[in-house]
Design a protein around this ligand. Sequence first.
Ligand code: MEV
Length: 438
Amino acid sequence: MDESIIHGFSKYNKQQRIDALIQKYGFQEDLVGWLATFENPNAAIQKIIDDLSENPVSSFPFPFSIAPNFVVNGKNLFFPLVSEESSVVAALSNAAGFWARRGGFHAEILGTEKKGQVHFCWNGNPEYLQSLFPEIRSKLLAESALLTAKMDERGGGITGIELKSLPHILPNYYQLDASFETCDAMGANFINSCLEQFGKSLQEFFQTSSKVSAGQRECEVIMAILSNYTPESRVRAWVECPIVDLLDGKTEAECLHFARKMEQAVRISQVDVSRAVTHNKGIFNGIDALAVATGNDFRAIEACGHAFAARNGQYAGLTDIQIQDGKFRFSIELALAVGVVGGVTAVHPLAKLAMQILDQPSAKELMMYMSIAGLASNFGAVKALVSVGIQRGHMKMHLSNIMNQLQVPEDQRAKIQAYFYDKTVSYSAVEEYWLAVK
Ligand code: MEV
């Protein structure tokens, strides 16, 4: 037996886990105290954080930031953002202020339907199964009624169940394809509970129905799970202004030139996958930052967004630009599913604060805010790319990180910043300059 394999690690307490870490890697004993410095002094809060995951040895802090001046359908908000990437918050803040002076952001919800499937195998005639399906559907709805009662009261619930016959794709393969309305919840637990119940009811139908022949009673449920692809849970956001107002203090020709360059950059993201991925990464810089701050599942949001970006058969940029009748319009359409009740949103103290900062939004409002965070982030990135380039902003932030690494005292930083104002920032260049002047 391999002696190095640890059994029952999840049963260790925090001290035992840290001891194991010290033993395995030879860290100094003071690791315990050092790890503790990242934890919340309030034990009740730290317990909430620890309970979000398994096997914690400490907490991993990221900056919790604010981007002001987001005017959304006329309402002025601060956006709470959690990002470890320098310049994301600055880009969002700049874009928010820029568009606040040009009428702000607009957004609308195009749908809120979520989906899930029971994937199963059955060895029988697809047409015959379709003919039995109305009866099966009634059974599924009746036997999940207890699970859906609360959601029904809130105006949500199961909105449809279809049988998809797919033996032409995989032998004996079928799906129950169900649609749900989950109101202000992300709804993962609700959807998965309903789907698992559907799976049981379906199997029972095959085992007990007089309409199923003895040789065809075997229905194997492969899995029952929500889909993170929610193409019918959709939001659109946009900004617009006269082209002549696009750049402060610039001529009409300069504004038009800028608008055309932005348009070309967006078109490139729509035809070239290499650019599309980076373009969309910039969009998710904003969306993820707001998703993390509000305790939403950013992996689900990203997975859905990237699948949506490929909905027409080619992966493409998610934003669009129209230049028409002297107007510049920059927009985004996204498939997105979020929740504002339950989960991390309800327990993480900073996620709760983030929701307060956003004025306790409904799920629909949060969908709008997230799409706007994506649009703002993309506007900031592409604006920089087609004008001064991305490195100026990035390097300013990067310089501050490097100065932190070099432990440059606060009162020495302005000198270094001034020196690197028009020079290329790299760790070695900053280190060399710092060693020379300190
Ligand atoms: C960096 O995190 C994001 C950008 O690369 C996005 C883009 O290129 O559009 C700047």
